[in-house]
Design a binder for this molecule. Sequence first.
Ligand code: NI
Ligand code: MN
Length: 225
Amino acid sequence: MKIVYHGHSFLELRCKKDVILIDPFIEGNTLCDITVSSFKKIDYILLTHGHADHVWDTVELAKKHDATVVANPEICGWLNNKWVKKIHEMNIGGWFSFSFGYVYMTQAFHSSGLPDGSYGGQPAWFIIKGADITLYHAGDTSVFNDMYHLGNKFHIDLAFLPIGDNFTMGIDDAVEAAVLLNADRYVPIHYNTFPVIKQDPQKFADKLEESWFPTTILTPWKSID
Ligand code: NI
Ligand code: MN
């Protein structure tokens, strides 16, 4: 699996057969390195919650590529009203086996209004279990103690944690979250897109190094194999 970072919370997972996007945010994403027309193929789009900086380009991308959108029932209903036809509803605590691997949806501590002000349901995280890797995408969240339980339940190889502060946890709380989750490696996300979430990711990496956790800082277009 190749994982490409496109700034903010936007990840692209290129598996053997499938291309999966998580929280695609292109228009308005000041760090984004691509345009809506850059993709040749998208099979799945996973959405953690309804805020515009996570769902904004989904309607256009899903329709253009006939991609299946995986999200909670409220976000799926909003997409359905916009004529996105391939949707897969999930909710907190559920597993489902997709062609690229297993997806587990669990709760984030955040909010989830949709861009038109309608209710977006419970915000989520995803744990994705592929053939050779277990990934964790935290969406937008604060730190909370159940992370310890989830870290024990799943052996997480690679975890993407927000560090931007203001809307989500900042660096100090993300370090706390990292210790609770006990994953093998961390990547900081959801920072530097807007002035209010400006952070130095190296500070996060340095603090984690003190606790013996390795970190990879991905600038947009950089990838991990
Ligand atoms: Ni949000
Ligand atoms: Mn956000």
